[in-house]
Design a protein around this ligand. Structure first.
Ligand code: ZN
Length: 182
């Protein structure tokens, strides 16, 4: 009944998992899955690394950067009102902002088609921060790209700032050299 040379179901399932990662695609995912069967040591290393990341790495609840502690080193004890707060799509962009300013990373943009709503981007916690007098920034700088999703997300964030009474400005992508949108 089984076709000769057909891919076994577990291998197919692994390839389908890998295919969900950004920038891979079904063909490369299938190649990676087959490679992992041929290289058990690599598969074991990958398994261990995945487990460690799952146990130890999470998003900082303040800035939403990747962090091994609950609150990252940048935010630990220094969340204060009255500074600029930059809203960024990707954590790599934090390197470009003024060291006196703080950042808030969305890890993406609103996309109803892909099922990415305000919850996935942490926009509820951003709004709470904007409304909290202990943490309220002097200004919100919205630095998102010029795509439809970028503009929609920027408009949404702008609405939150308006509701919280925080001044804001939309930072044009052409003002920065960021390429991190994937
Ligand atoms: Zn943080």
């Amino acid at each position: 009944m089984a076709t000769r040379g057909a891919t076994p179901a577990p291998l197919l399932a692994l390839a389908q998992c890998l295919d969900q990662l950004p920038g891979i695609g079904p063909k490369a995912a299938a190649r990676m899955a087959r490679k992992l069967v041929l290289q058990p040591a690599l598969a074991a290393d990958l398994e261990a690394a995945l487990a460690t990341v799952q146990q130890q790495v999470a998003l900082c609840p303040v800035c939403r950067c990747y962090s091994v502690n609950s609150v990252c080193r940048q935010c630990d004890g220094v969340v204060e009102a009255g500074t600029d707060l930059w809203v960024l799509a990707q954590p790599e962009q934090l390197a470009d902002i003024d060291t006196a300013a703080q950042g808030f990373v969305l890890h993406g943009l609103l996309s109803p088609v892909e099922g990415i709503g305000p919850e996935q981007l942490g926009l509820g916690s951003l709004y709470q921060r904007l409304c909290d007098p202990q943490q309220q920034p002097s200004r919100l700088i919205i630095c998102l790209d010029e795509s439809v999703e970028g503009r929609t997300t920027g408009f949404y964030v702008q609405t939150l700032a308006q509701r919280a009474g925080v001044p804001f400005l939309q930072w044009s992508e052409t003002d920065s050299d960021s390429t991190a949108t994937d």
